[in-house]
Design a protein around this ligand. Sequence first.
Ligand code: SD4
Length: 339
Amino acid sequence: MYMITRKDFLKKSSMIAVGGLLIPSFLRADNSTPKIFGNKEFKPLVSGKPLVIATWDNRKATEAAMNKMKSAGTDLQSGTSLDAVEAGARVPEADPEDHSVGYGGYPDRDGFVTLDACIMDEKGNAGSVTFLQNIMHPVSVARKVMEKTPHVMLSGDGAYQFAIEQGFKKENLLTEKSRLAWEDWKKKNNYIPVGEKNHDTIGILAIDERNNISGACTTSGWAFKMHGRVGDSPILGAGMYVDNEVGGACATGTGEFVMKTLGSFLCVELMRNGRTPQEAVEEAIHRIVKRYDYKDIQVGYLAINKKGEHGAYSIKPGFVYALNQNGENRKLDAESFVK
Ligand code: SD4
């Protein structure tokens, strides 16, 4: 377990004096080669930014996000990290073969596909939708909540009505394949939502060339969950969190444990106090395994800091992630608590 003393903190977040002002190290321009901790094999080539990272093998999403950033004009409005994470999250949302997100997501135990998503930009603006049905792109609805309403979160029918008003189309998201999987589950499981095995939720974080960080997270949640269940993914600070002074983090896995430890916020606060992204995600996983029976659950975290360093860690082996950085779009294995 790490204990941070004031001395450690001052050492880790070394300060420099500029014009009589003390500036913490994370606010300094830093052109040094970033260290990559999430996968010990991976060495960055040139510089760390822009970068996109996403849970699971979401390389198509990290590619779409990076393309968005590359298309940035000089207007400061286009190709932002916010555009990038939205574009990336929309990829699995529209993919019928991804059974944890959007279209083709597994339904709840009553056969309804109910979706959760959130998004957050570098200014600390945030939007979220929970328990949204019949709309393929909840991440884009979450962005509209952020940009067009005075609220942060809309839920259920209210979120749906808002989406329709904003021009989103009503669509049936339950594919034949997912319906058959649900029929099969019903036969075997006696209507009891037990340990989730199917994880493919996307949490995605990006830093653009202006050094701004945004994040998003979108999911159909725990397969065959109870009707009305909402997970961590739309909860700011649980499924995803960004603080542009420090970094960002996102989660995947059994959301109940992410919510109970407010994992993404925790990662960002740990980085604020001087931890590397890898130290932060490891500590966030340790909070879960110290307190809860982790035998039947998987949780994975990703975190990035302002230097373009990242961390990745999970409870069990098998958590992979996609990293698009320095012209390479790679699938990498995260380290895990259980070896
Ligand atoms: C949830 N965290 O709803 C999500 C599930 C998940 O890949 O990550 N699945 O609890």
